[in-house]
Design a binder for this molecule. Structure first.
Ligand code: SAM
Length: 212
């Protein structure tokens, strides 16, 4: 049976309030006990939307909040493709679709793309909801071209979430809290290089490069 979190992601009303209501609050919550996640998020968005003729894949794109922003910097044949498995989220994304953006319904566990396709592959605020997330990390790297980058934002175990019961409670709702080194180790094991982790309170940003 689907978790509460997964059911929420498929809910039409939730998909409509996600971008402007839920996501900003959730981003702030990720700052608890650490640095301002919203600041890091702005810097990351600016980095991802830097000018360039790139092919970008935004995995678990939700209503396309990052997909659209990433696409604003693209030039030439550059495109940003968002994939998600929630029809409600994709409908919302399609309503606001911009230039150089395309959406596809797909499961992050089995990305419908060839190996070595994308310059950048993002998976933001989603791995913690995905039932079998570590093979998804491998998938992100598989579809990244040599020299390209994988960018992940997800949860991380901290002193706060080490309080007995918290992790179990989160898990019961479908929200997984990753061990501190779990994502980094998985990316390294899948063959990524230069893997960097930045922890901002309750969240972690992990960026890795696929060796060329
Ligand atoms: C919290 S939203 C994140 C949206 C956006 N990436 C962001 O950073 O705001 C998580 C998204 O992951 C999607 N998702 C969850 N499991 C998925 C899976 N197995 N395959 C594709 N998308 C999935 C949900 O439908 C939801 O739209």
């Amino acid at each position: 049976m689907d978790s509460i979190a997964q059911q929420l992601m498929r809910n039409r009303v939730f998909s409509q309030v996600y971008e402007h209501l839920w996501r900003p609050v959730f981003t702030r919550l990720f700052s608890l006990g650490g640095t301002d996640t919203a600041d890091f998020d702005r810097a990351l968005t600016a980095y991802l939307s830097r000018p360039g003729d790139r092919l970008v894949l935004d995995v678990a794109c939700g209503p396309g909040n990052y997909t659209r922003r990433i696409a604003t910097g693209l030039t030439g044949d550059g495109r940003c493709i968002g994939i998600d498995h929630s029809p409600a989220m994709l409908a919302r994304a399609a309503d606001a679709a911009g230039d150089r953006v395309a959406y596809l319904r797909a499961d992050a566990h089995a990305l419908p793309f060839r190996d070595n396709t994308f310059d950048t592959v993002t998976c933001l605020a989603a791995l913690y909801l995905i039932p079998n997330p570590l093979p998804v990390v491998d998938e992100l790297l598989r579809v990244t071209r040599p020299g390209g980058e994988v960018v992940i934002f997800t949860s991380v175990q901290t002193d706060l979430t080490s309080v007995p019961g918290i992790r179990e409670l989160a898990g019961a709702s479908g929200y997984r809290i990753f061990d501190r080194h779990e994502i980094v180790e998985r990316l390294n094991a899948a063959g990524a290089a230069h893997v960097e982790q930045t922890i901002t309170g309750q969240g972690q940003y992990v960026i890795g490069v696929k060796p060329g």
